[in-house]
Write a protein that binds this ligand. Structure first.
Ligand SMILES: Cc1ncc(COP(=O)(O)O)c(C=O)c1O
Length: 412
């Protein structure tokens, strides 16, 4: 654009740029890597009247959010709260509070979000050893043990659910080797919290962070975090101030603590209403039932896709139920397939990320999205879009295979 164009554009009356009415989003079925579908009662909670951030009603709501987050994280950790910001703010919160400049850390990088963790740790001044696995693979306990022996870190960071690849990092037993070396285990559970097992206390995870917009089925905007006793010791022993004022847990927790309620920043009031409602729904359903629902819908989708020749990109033992990364069949145009799904059926799925771009599709079954009606609609629409591109399949085969899973689950 030339400076002349720019002058012309900016000189036009501002009103010509305004949407004349309220902005009404199109109807979408969110089956991508997040955000996921949101329950109507969570959206209704968002629309309730805003109160002040020190209003007794809001303070009580904060207490309840903390209590419900503890139940969802399966932890007794006192320092459990919702950071203002998306999942990345949760990542930064855990890392900048636990890392002081010069600290040695080990980060597992087997996807885009491990890469982000490494970068955040580097910017926090850490001496980072990144251990790497190809996208779609996971780390063995021995690999992590070796890295710890080699680098003697203060902190080990791993991504439990790597949304860029669909791989689930095993964590059971990992804390033992991390603790024996005197280090902290920090885990990214942005995509797994509320969708599959991630019992913070049982697995002795020292700090973890998540996001609202995946399996908690709340719009993006808050980042649940939890810090255990060993992480608290590190926080309390810090000699230098936390690099980020906004995310400084010492300051933020003074606002969340019932005993002080010291103003730090104005909490996103309505987002906390929404999270409160989303957590209430998670607990009303029950964690175990919710995990089973994610698994069942994943199995139906998997059998459906396999019945029409579409393969998963991650081996079965370490697949996430809520993020299904599948190989784009040869001869099928990635962009054309996804845009037809969106245009004609209102269904959003995700493209591959990083080196998986053009290689995989990422089909999300997170929270409210993980329902049979969505799986069946997606399979029917996908069949039509694939046939339209000349892909050969047995029409209806994916739907029959998915239905078979649902019928068997009911004992039919
Ligand atoms: C595993 C993982 N970590 C971190 C993030 C960052 O979260 P956000 O995009 O909400 O900032 C994401 C987002 O997709 C994620 O999937």
């Amino acid at each position: 654009m030339s400076s002349q164009d720019f002058a012309t554009t900016t000189a036009e009356p501002a009103s010509s740029y305004l949407i004349p009415d309220i902005a009404v989003p199109p109807s979408r079925l969110l089956m991508g890597p997040g955000p996921s579908e949101t329950h109507a009662s969570v959206l209704a909670a968002l629309a309730r009247p805003t109160v002040g951030h020190l209003d007794p009603f809001f303070l009580q709501l904060m207490n309840e959010v903390q209590e419900m987050l503890r139940q969802v994280f399966q932890t007794q950790n006192r320092l459990t709260l919702a950071v203002s910001g998306t999942g990345s703010a949760g990542m930064e919160t855990c890392l900048v509070n636990l890392i002081s400049p010069g600290d040695r850390v080990v980060i597992g990088v087997n996807g885009v979000f491990g890469g982000r963790m490494k970068e955040v740790a580097r910017r926090a001044g850490a001496d980072v050893l990144a251990i790497e696995r190809p996208f779609g693979e996971v780390f063995s306990l021995e690999e992590v043990e070796q890295a710890i022996k080699h680098h003697s870190p203060k902190l080990v960071g791993l991504v439990h659910a790597e949304t860029s690849t669909g791989a689930r990092q095993p964590l059971d037993g990992f804390a033992r080797v991390v603790r024996e070396a005197g280090a902290l285990l920090v885990v990214d559970c942005v995509t797994s919290l509320g969708g599959c097992e991630i019992p913070i206390d049982t697995w002795e995870i020292d700090a973890a962070y998540s996001g609202t917009q995946k399996c908690l089925s709340c719009p993006p905007g808050l980042a649940p975090v939890t810090f255990g006793p060993r992480a608290m010791e590190v926080l309390n022993a810090r000699k230098s101030p936390v690099q980020s004022w906004y995310l400084d847990m010492g300051l933020v927790s003074n606002y969340w603590a019932e005993s002080s309620r010291a103003y730090h920043h104005t909490a996103p009031i309505n987002m906390n209403y929404a999270l409160h409602e989303a957590l209430r729904l998670v607990l009303q359903e029950g964690l175990e039932q919710r995990f089973q629902r994610h698994n069942l819908n994943h199995q139906a989708l998997r059998n459906g896709l396999e019945a029409i020749g579409i393969e998963f990109a991650v081996r079965a033992e370490c697949r996430l139920p809520m993020l299904n990364a599948v190989k784009i069949p040869a001869g099928v145009d990635d962009g054309a397939f996804r845009s037809r799904l969106l245009r004609e059926f209102g269904i959003e799925i995700g493209a591959g990320l990083g080196p998986m771009k053009g290689v995989t599709w990422r089909i999300g079954l997170m929270g409210e999205t993980a329902r049979p009606k969505n799986v069946l609609l997606f399979l029917a629409a996908a069949e039509q879009c694939l046939i339209g591109q000349g892909y050969r399949l047995n029409p209806g085969a994916s739907i029959a295979a998915a239905n078979d899973v649902y019928l068997k689950s009911r004992g039919a």
